[in-house]
Design a protein around this ligand. Sequence first.
Ligand code: 5GP
Ligand code: ZN
Length: 116
Amino acid sequence: MSTDSDCLFCKIASGAIRVTLLYQDERVVAFPDIRPQAPVHILVIPRRHFASLAHTAPEDTGLLGQLLAATTEIARQQNLADGYRLVINTGSDGGQTVEHLHVHLLGRRHMGWPPG
Ligand code: 5GP
Ligand code: ZN
C-alpha cells in the first residue's frame, strides 16, 4: 500500500493517530472533521495515499468508485434523507489544505450555491 510517512491522513488511516472511525473497510476509512462546517461533517478517505484527486490515474477508477460508494453508505447511516453535499477540494485554487485525497460529506443544514 502506498503511504506517506509525513501525511496526517495516512497516519489516521493506519491507526498511528487515533480518531473515532465512523466507517472502515479494506480500502476506505471515514472520521469526523476536526473543524466541522455543518452539523454532519465527515471526511472519507482512501487508505492509499494520493496527494489529491488530480494525482489519481485511469486505473484508479475502481478505488474512486469504492470511495463514492462508501460515502453514499455513510450518508445513509447518518440518516441524511434530506440530502447532503460532497466536496473534493483539489489543489490550491480548490482550497485543498491536506494533501491526501478526501471527500467532505456535509449535511443536516441547507447548503448555499455558489460555494465560496
Ligand atoms: P481540505 O481543506 O484539504 O479540503 O480539507 C481538510 C480538512 O481536514 C479540513 O476540513 C480540516 O478541518 C480537516 N482536518 C485538518 N486536520 C485534521 C485533523 O487532525 N483531524 C481531523 N479529523 N480533521 C482535520
Ligand atoms: Zn496520505
